[in-house]
Design a protein around this ligand. Structure first.
Ligand SMILES: [Zn+2]
Length: 268
């Protein structure tokens, strides 16, 4: 059972690690919290059969996160302003992700570059490298790392979706947003010390949800890949029916199913 949970956590960690683990050494706590929190994502969406404006839904969710951050006097404007005036600080503080880099195989490079291009990013602007952390991949504003040991353990379709999920973090600049929010905290604790109700944790959870949904909303094919990915995680969880620690996976399948249905309606 522990092994199953461990495996599931590893797969699941892609949601958090993509940008969380970059400064994170207590990943498991975050992953657990993500999981617990994720169960609330779309419970109310699952019964919606008609076309849904998920972009508007994500915007509402983002607005809520910034309202939460306002309660500790951190505004979106302040963070955006820091990104303009102090972006070099972010680059300097994360320079190890650019400099201390080992190449990945040509196969992964080709795969990542194709997906970057599909989402409108010039691969030349992204440093791609090797990663031996607890997830299949991770990404910051200007880099992506692939774990060549863990990645082949999931299906090609799921691998593709995991990379697309990371690409959304690059597009949304989630890593630098997290960095600047943390800079504005009165007590800049690490992610592993954040309580589930901490406003920064709300941002992190939102960014993970957005990365999934944004990738899935690209096209009906991407929605199907999200479903494949979610089902793969779900199946891992189902290995042990007594494992009630990960209800989030079932919810992800529901979100993915809703997005697949939604995408069908949009092409009719
Ligand atoms: Zn992520």
């Amino acid at each position: 059972m522990k092994k199953n949970i461990k495996k599931l956590k590893r797969i699941y960690s892609i949601f958090s690690v993509s940008f969380v683990a970059l400064s994170l050494f207590g990943a498991n706590k975050i992953i657990q919290r993500l999981h617990e929190k994720d169960t609330t994502i779309v419970t109310e969406e699952t019964a919606i059969p008609q076309r849904v404006d998920y972009k508007a839904y994500l915007q509402q969710e983002e607005d809520k996160v910034w309202q939460k951050l306002e309660t500790i006097n951190i505004s979106k404007e302040a963070v955006e302003n820091l990104k303009k005036t102090s972006y070099q600080n972010y680059l300097n503080d994360n320079s190890t992700y650019k400099d201390n880099n080992q190449p990945v195989s040509k196969e992964y490079e080709t795969m990542v570059h194709k997906i970057l291009r599909e989402f409108g990013i010039d691969p030349a602007t992204i440093t791609l490298g090797y990663w031996d952390g607890p997830s299949e991949a991770c990404a910051g504003d200007f880099f992506m790392k692939i774990n060549p040991v863990l990645m082949p353990k999931v299906s090609p379709e799921t691998q593709t979706f995991m990379i697309a999920h990371e690409v959304q973090h690059i597009l949304n600049k989630d890593h630098s947003t997290t960095y600047f929010i943390r800079n504005l905290l009165e007590n800049p604790v690490s992610n592993s010390e954040l309580t589930p109700d901490h406003p920064l944790m709300h941002f992190i959870l939102f960014a993970e949800k957005r990365a999934d949904m944004q990738a899935a909303m690209k096209s009906p094919e991407w929605a199907k890949r999200y479903l494949c990915f979610a089902q793969e995680i779900s199946q891992l969880g189902d290995i042990d029916p007594n494992d009630t620690a990960h209800p989030g996976t079932a919810e992800r399948v529901k979100i993915a199913q809703a997005l697949v249905e939604n995408s069908k309606q949009q092409i009719v």
